[in-house]
Ligand binder design. Structure first.
Ligand SMILES: NC(=O)c1ccc[n+]([C@@H]2O[C@H](COP(=O)([O-])OP(=O)(O)OC[C@H]3O[C@@H](n4cnc5c(N)ncnc54)[C@H](O)[C@@H]3O)[C@@H](O)[C@H]2O)c1
Length: 282
């Protein structure tokens, strides 16, 4: 397959391009950032512009849409304006990518949503129940999370209107071996991990989830949690729950260090088997 990877020069994008190339796919990196030695594997595009998105996806059989901004680079005295910049950039780019896919008759858009659609950092409200899974209500607390939740809404529209089968992958915090080495410092302050329930996912496993989502047999728009099966903490999950989440209902028995974000649906629908844990590296 020929796959357009938006945000292909970014951190996850580079890993996804390598994973796809390793499985015999052709890739074209679509990114607003310049790449040295531009060639057939790269197209420069600012996806906030629909025409640039349409040009960029020309010739692709499928799309992995990763381009987004987390923290706006504009500086303003009014934080609401910076928040607006994140929302507008991400929601517009995601709309444009879906619309461009529709123009080209591309059915499968695998794209980066985020764990944050379900409420992290939980400053406004606690989770409704734990572990978090796809049954938890979508309750974004930030404009970044709102832009991802809007993307999930857009995905349903494009599935309904154009028969597309978009797959939203709700990545937890993506980490790699270099970051695992710093974990012992993090353990000294377990409250720091409460914002996303001590969750993470390995970069290489994220790349595999994107590849599997490109070919999984799915109907309509799908959203899947993508988190490692264990927490980042050295403390047992039951201890973390007692200390930091005592008022939140827990819906089932959990393993000793089991994650509070459950990816069972991705395991079932994609055949995804997260293979890497910080516990193997530290
Ligand atoms: N890294 C994480 O922990 C994490 C967690 C959850 C979700 N995500 C999502 O995964 C995706 C990839 O994240 P990442 O960590 O690789 O980010 P990154 O910042 O490393 O890469 C993003 C890439 O997108 C490009 N880009 C940004 N705006 C663009 C635009 N308008 N047009 C074209 N290209 C544009 C950037 O130039 C960059 O190369 C993002 O959608 C992000 O929101 C990341």
């Amino acid at each position: 397959m020929r796959i357009a990877v938006t945000g292909g020069l970014g951190r996850i994008g580079r890993a996804v391009v390598a994973e796809l190339a390793g499985h015999g796919h052709d890739t074209v990196r679509v990114d607003v950032a310049p790449m040295r030695g531009q060639g057939p594997g790269y197209r420069r595009a600012d996806l906030r512009e629909l025409w640039q998105a349409v040009d960029a996806l020309d010739g692709a059989d499928a799309v992995v849409h990763l381009a987004a901004t987390g923290v706006p680079d504009s500086h303003t005295l009014h934080p609401e304006l910076a928040e607006g910049a994140t929302y507008t950039a991400n929601a517009t780019s995601t709309y444009n990518v879906f619309q461009a896919a529709a123009v080209h008759g591309i059915d499968r858009v695998v794209w980066a949503s985020s764990e944050t659609v379900l409420g992290p950092p939980f400053r406004i409200a606690d989770p409704v129940q734990l572990p978090l899974d796809e049954t938890h209500p979508v309750r974004p607390e930030t404009s970044y999370a709102l832009s991802k939740a809007m993307g999930e809404g857009l995905a349903h529209h494009f599935a309904h209107r154009h028969g597309m089968t978009p797959v939203a992958l709700r990545f937890s915090v993506v980490m790699d071996e270099e970051e695992y080495a710093a974990l012992p410092q993090y353990w000294a302050e377990p409250e720091r991990g409460r914002w996303n329930l001590w969750s993470y996912v390995d970069l290489a496993d994220v790349a595999v989830s994107c590849r599997l989502a490109l070919t999984a047999e799915l109907v309509g728009a799908t959203a899947l949690m993508i988190a490692a099966p264990d927490t980042l903490s050295d403390r047992p999950t039951a201890e973390l729950l007692d200390a930091f989440c005592e008022k939140v209902p827990v819906t089932r028995a959990l393993g000793a260090f089991e994650s509070l974000q459950c990816s069972a649906k991705a395991v079932e629908l994609l055949g995804w088997r997260p293979a890497r844990s910080w516990r193997d590296a530290v």
